[in-house]
Design a protein around this ligand. Sequence first.
Ligand code: 13P
Length: 253
Amino acid sequence: MSRQPLVAGNWKLHGNKSMVRGLMDSILAAVAESDTTEVAVMPPYPFLAQVQELIAGAGATGVRLGAQNLSIHDEGAYTGEVSAGMLVEFGCQYVLTGHSERRALFGETDQMVADKFVAAQRAGLQPVLCLGETLEQREDGITEAVIGRQLDAVITQSGVAAFADAVVAYEPVWAIGTGKTASPEQAQEVHAFIRRTIADMDAKIAGSLRILYGGSVKPDNAADLFNQEDIDGGLIGGAALKATDFISICKAL
Ligand code: 13P
């Protein structure tokens, strides 16, 4: 089964216009050479237009644009919200849903995540559905139960067929921004569980579903992670802010 690898850089709450220009110039110059790995950047909302223009100016080299969050609403009196349709207008193809920081710090429930997944697809965006357990949950031996519950919430709402136009990212909460990466074997075990869960409902969709790993991916551990059978790329946080690191992670695939 051939799945096109994807490396996505989630910039979180970082950046300013000049940093964006410098980072994108380096990424665009490097990624122009590659055609096998798909590369996506996910800047904060205010920089989407700038990044969209830089990508267009460089001649659409296979660098995609994504956002970090979206509203469940298409329009209306929802102060501070940004809709999926607006993201599409600014060139986004991907949007994160269910990132653990959104779940933990902004109270997003499984149901809200499922609603955002639906809103993204309604506008033609590919949701990148993030799943992950905390350290306590892992130590309690309930990793698969937690991941299964997070996944089920979306499957119940959207049906398994919706995963033909989505990406999944396994991001163990204890590995995010901590420098503690899941070992390739630990990550592979959960990735295989996710694929098996989907395969029980639809083997074809499971076979083509891209499942990314995220959590302290760095240039020196990327290749070992990406070599695992069910790891189809990475969702990169800290290392996505440093052009040389991000590019060497992309090249590790
Ligand atoms: P780090 O790569 O900084 O651990 O962040 C991972 C992440 O949360 C990407 O969405």
